[in-house]
Design a protein around this ligand. Sequence first.
Ligand code: GLU
Length: 638
Amino acid sequence: MTVSRFAPHRTTALMLAALLACGVFTGARADGGEDTLGVQSSVVLPEQAKGKPPTWAGKAFRQGVVSVANPYGAEAGARMLEQGGNAIDAAVAIAYALNVVEPQSAGIGGGGFMLVYIARTGQTFSIDTREKATAAATRDMFAGVPQASRKGVAVGVPGMVRGTAKVLGEHGRLTLAQVMQPAIELADQGFAATPRYSSVSCTDRALNSPESEAFFCPGGMPAAPGALVQNKALAETFRLIAKNGPDCFYKDMPEKGCDIARGIVEGQQRSTIIVNGVEQANKPGTMTLADLEAYQPVERAAVEGSYRGYKIKAMAPPSSGALTVIQILNMLERFPLGDAGAGYGFGSVKTLNVMAEAMRVAFADRADWMADNDFVHVPGKGLLDATYVSGRSALITPGVRMTPDPLPGDPRVFETAGLEPARALALSAPVTGPDNGTTHFSVVDQWGNVVSYTNTIESSHGIGTFAGYTRADGSFRNLGFLLNNELTDFNTTPSLNRVTGEVGYNDVQPGKRPRSSMTPTMLFTPDGKPFLAYGSPGGATIINSVVNVTINLIDHHMALQQAIDAGRISVASAGSTVTVENRFPAATVDALRALGYTAFIGDVGSVQAVLIDQHTGKQYGAADDRREGTVIGLPRRR
Ligand code: GLU
C-alpha cells in the first residue's frame, strides 16, 4: 500500500437528480395509485452551496460497487471484485481491512451483522456475529463498577472471525487467505493516516492502556494525516488466521503458534486501566478459553416490513434495528411527509416534529420489548401488527410534543390472545450513545449479490485495550487488535419490564447477546428484487439514520447521494431530547425548541449505500461525508 492510493477526504456535497434519472425513485406508488406525496423540497441546505458533488454521484456501473466509510476499506473490497470475488468476498475483505484503518470502529475483537442477498436463489438472510456474554456473566456484574465500559467486564466473546469465515465458506468464491490479503498488506506495509484516523487517535479511550496510548497517541500526538501507520502485530495475527483458519482465533493452539485466544482472555483480565491519565483497578472480564471455543455465529432470517409499498428487510433481534425502524416508518405512513403544500416536505418543522414523535413512541417499546430473542420472547409480530402500530401512531398529534413521555405499549395481545393486563414498573435507561465506534458498508457485485454490513467494537476503541498477554520474560505480546466493550449494550443496572414486571428483557444472562441498534437494511421492489442496501453506525441513532434516509428517498424523492447528505434528526429514547444536524437552518432548530424539545446540534450517523436499478441493471453508490465515505464502482474509469 502506498500513500498515493489515499483518496483525500472529500467535501460535503449534494448531488441532485442524477439518480432520479435511473427511474427508481420516481415516487410512483407500488400499488399503482396516484402519488400525492413526495414533493421535492425547495429547502437549500447550508452545506449544499459549499460542496462539490463527489466523483461517483450519479455514475452508473455494472460490475460491482462498494461503498465504505474509509477509502482503504473501499479499495480492499474493489480489489476482491476485480479478482473475480463476489459481494461476500468483498465484504469480508473490507471488514478485515477496516480493522487496520478504522481500528477504533470495528474489527476481529468485536462483532456485527451482515445482511446478505444471494441473486441466484433470491434468498435474503443475515449472519449474526454479535458478541456474547460469557458463561460466568451475571445480571449485576456492572453494579458498583465505575467506568465499566472501559473494563474487562464489558468484553463480549467476539464473533467476526467465525461469522465471516462461515459466510465466506458457504457463499464466497475466494479463500480466506485471499480476502485477508489486502488487510495483511495494509497492516504490514502501512497506510497513510486519514484525517479521521488522526482526529480520533488521541481521544480518551484510546489512552486506556500503555500499549494503546503508545500505538495511537505516542508522546501525546496522533499520526498526522498522511503519516505512515503500520500495525505489524495485527499483520502477524491476520497471518495466523489466514494460515490456520478461524479456530486459530478461538482456540489456544500453541503447537500451531495460535496464541490469539490466550491474548483475548488475558487482555480482559489485565489488572489496571488508565482513565484520564490516572491508573485504576480493572474489573476483569470472566471470559475463558471455553467461552471462546464455544462461540458460534447464527444465520437468521431478516425482519420484513413495508413502507409506502416498498418492501424492507433488516436485522432481526438481538438487534432492535428492524423492529424499531419499521415501527417508526409505519407510524409515519398516515402523514403526507412529502407534501410541502400540506406543510410537510423535507426539513419542515411539521415533518421533523412527527418524525421525532414516532421515534419517541417506538423507542419506548424498544426499551422493554427488544433484546436477544434466543433468551426472551420478543413480540415481533405484535410490535409490527398494523392495528397495534396504528394505535401507537394515534398518540402523535402534528404540532405537539407529547407529554408526559410515551410509555411502552403492550403488543402481546396482537401476538397471542389472552395474556394478563399490563403492569407498569421501572426500567433503567440505556447507557450507550453514538461516538466514533462502528462502521457500515454496502456492496453489490456483477452478479447482483448484495451485502449490507454493520460491524463494531461498540465505543470508539472498544475498551481501549489490545488483546495480548505478558510473556514469561515480562514483555507484552501484543496481538494488535482492540477488545470490544459490547456488553455495556445490556441493561447495566438490573431492571424490570415495565409492562410484564418480568426481568428486563435486555438484562445480562450468560451466553446472551446484548441488544443492538445496528440495522443493516435492504429495500426491495414489489416483485422482490433488492434495489438498495444501506445502514449506519451511531449507537441507537443508527435506527434514525436509516429512517431519515428512507424518508428522504421515498417521500422526498431525493437522489441517493442527496438523501445521505441531507440533514438528519434523531430522538433515541422516549424523552424529548432531539439531535439536529447543523445542515438544517438555525430557525428550524429554534422552532423545534419552541415546541418544547431539548435540541442538540450534532452529526447523526454515517450511511453507506449501494443501489441497483432493476430495470436497467445499472449499479450506483453513495457514501457519507460525515466520515470518510468512499465509493468505488467497477469497471474503474482511469
Ligand atoms: N454497539 C452498538 C450497537 O450494537 C453500536 C455502537 C455504535 O454504533 O456506535 O447498537
